[in-house]
Ligand binder design. Sequence first.
Ligand SMILES: Nc1ncnc2c1ncn2[C@@H]1O[C@H](COP(=O)(O)OP(=O)(O)O)[C@@H](O)[C@H]1O
Ligand SMILES: [Mg+2]
Length: 372
Amino acid sequence: MTEHPNRVRVALFFGGVSSEHEISCLTAGSAARAIDPERFEVVGIGITGDGRWVRIPPAELAGYEVVDGKLPRVASDRPEAVLLRGPAGAEVATRDGDRLCEIAGIDVAFALLHGPWGEDGTIQGLFEMLGVRYVGAGVAASAIGMDKDLMKRAMAGAGLPVGPWVAITPAQWRDDRAGCLARVAGLSFPVFVKPARGGSSIGIVRVDDPDGLEAAIIEAQRFDPKVVVEQGFVGVREIELSVLEDLTGPPRVSLPGEILMHTTDAFYDFDAKYLPEEQVTLRVPADVTPELRTAMQELAGRTFAAMAVEGLARVDLFVDADGVPWVNELNTMPGFTRTSMFPMMWAASGLEYPDLIATLVELALARPLGLR
Ligand SMILES: Nc1ncnc2c1ncn2[C@@H]1O[C@H](COP(=O)(O)OP(=O)(O)O)[C@@H](O)[C@H]1O
Ligand SMILES: [Mg+2]
């Protein structure tokens, strides 16, 4: 690209084998349309639903959006993408039979992937092995952030406020189902039964009394053999904050945003997240007192630091009737379309979507390779 010799080449990874394939494609399309072409050259690497890596030209990627109510997916008949560790760093190539062509170096890898094999440390491990700088959390923080059991253990260990929960591994369920149910009986109802490494609320069931428990656990196991059961927070506000690493000091925390459900027993499930008109209102910034805002920003920044996250995270809180914030979860690759909470909260805080993308790439570029 002779007209922009100093552009940073950013490899966007999207799609993937998790249940959030389409959401990831939406995000990637959104990011590809917004990224500054003067400064960044995009290389599109799509991961098909069955896990193959293909090259998607930036122009095709820019067309990834909702069309006639249908979400985009990575087309599987595109040329195969190959990643290499070249003498000067990571490279991407296209496979043509038994030859490689279009070999190009990668400056930064940006995995716009949600869920297992994307947000959970696996692709981050690949980037480490390739010796390429990448956007976002490292291997350990990604893996811990993905697993709602490990995440809560780490948070509780760091003194962060998390509600009571129980984890059920496949072996425990197989060998001692009664014991699993007895542990859950120590929680008060309603409870939320979740795939431990899920996302986008897929497979999550709210259970109001013990009779529904077993079916809900079996349902969650369809998505992940490891399940968590959490004590439900009732009558809470759901408030989220966006956090960015700051190379010179403590993390930067955005203004809070609030998820307002239109009915009281509803929760922020998949339909509410992606087909939102009727069920949910996103209020950015949230209508909160300055004291609560400060308390939540402090908690979000502390969570980011305690969990050793890099780059970005969205910290999701429940605020109880006494105005006390609790941590629900940490997302190391939050929804990232232009109208997702993470970018909207930054826009409300003065950082627009294209600048947010540029900031994330710059944070990645500035990061040393290897152990940090
Ligand atoms: N312990 C809980 N108490 C009350 N509501 C909950 C609880 N856990 C989850 N929910 C509801 O379910 C939604 C999805 O749960 P969450 O743990 O955030 O899963 P995901 O990782 O899929 O976003 C939350 O946004 C909230 O509306
Ligand atoms: Mg959530």
